[in-house]
Ligand binder design. Structure first.
Ligand code: ZN
Length: 266
């Protein structure tokens, strides 16, 4: 794990957070899978309502996380993520969507931005890349879901652009965290998928396969919007190499829960 991140432990649960984001006035983190109340097919600290877990267990995990991290679960917002580059600006009116109203109007959305204190943005993943961004000057928080499709569509760069256009953020003030997800060590794809990415992110393998570095691609696309490279932090934890700590779709298959990335302005 990158030393700019630190582990926060509560009972049998834990997450990692970016120090610089915490020090700048943002509750933030990426959960790990141990602890929590989910049992049976999906074991652990699962936040996915659509993976075959008991809804009351998922809700209890959300409540535990909110208590642990000091945000109000009634003010959390989740999108129905579908690997798009659609980003929604959310307010108090959206609180509870995706958690207390599982079928909400935030559909086909993979990025969330808020300017309101205490609104907790939640993105769930299992191998896909979670991005958290914040502007400590304008006090804006954002979270995006960047699987390979979202990365290829530059959802990270588009999140920065919206922060600038809608809230006047200066990209050079923005801090970004690229969370635990499938690393260049393990993300093997076929040629057609690899060709969605610039050659510098592809590592050719035998059998016409490629490894793709989604971390570097996201970092560079965020930097291309004016965020300082020194303000972009990659957790450097691969969910496949660390599938004991994280849910990994490629590893656990139908037993895969979802971890979350979360951010709120204090
Ligand atoms: Zn790996």
């Amino acid at each position: 794990m990158n030393k700019e991140f630190y582990e926060i432990k509560n009972a049998d649960r834990s997450c990692i957070a970016l120090k610089k984001m915490s020090d700048s006035g943002f509750i933030n983190g990426f959960t790990r899978r141990s602890g929590g109340v989910s049992r049976g097919k999906i074991e652990g600290f699962n936040f996915g309502f659509r993976v075959g877990d008991e809804p009351e267990n998922v809700l209890e995990n959300y409540k535990l996380l909110a208590e642990d991290m000091g945000f109000d679960i009634r003010r959390a917002v989740c999108a129905r993520q579908t690997h798009t580059d659609n980003i929604r600006i959310v307010t108090s009116a959206d609180c509870g969507k995706g958690i207390f109203q599982v079928d909400s109007d935030i559909r086909d959305t993979d990025g969330l931005i808020t300017a309101e204190r205490g609104v907790a943005l939640i993105i769930f993943t299992a191998d896909c890349v979670p991005l958290l961004l914040c502007d400590p000057v304008k006090k804006i928080a954002a979270a995006s879901h960047a699987g390979w499709r979202g990365t290829a569509q530059n959802i990270g760069g588009k999140t920065v652009r919206l922060m600038r256009e809608k809230f006047g953020c200066d990209p050079s003030d923005i801090i970004a965290a690229i969370g635990p997800s499938i690393g260049p060590c393990c993300f093997e794809v076929d040629r057609a998928t690899a060709e969605n990415f610039d050659e510098k992110y592809r590592i050719p393998k035998p059998n016409d396969k490629f490894h793709v570095d989604l971390w570097a691609a996201n970092r560079d696309m965020i930097a291309a919007e004016g965020v300082r490279v020194g303000n972009i932090f990659v957790s450097e934890e691969c969910t496949i190499c660390n599938s004991d700590k994280y849910y990994s779709y490629r590893t656990h298959k139908e037993h895969t829960g979802r971890q979350v990335a979360f951010i709120a302005i204090k």
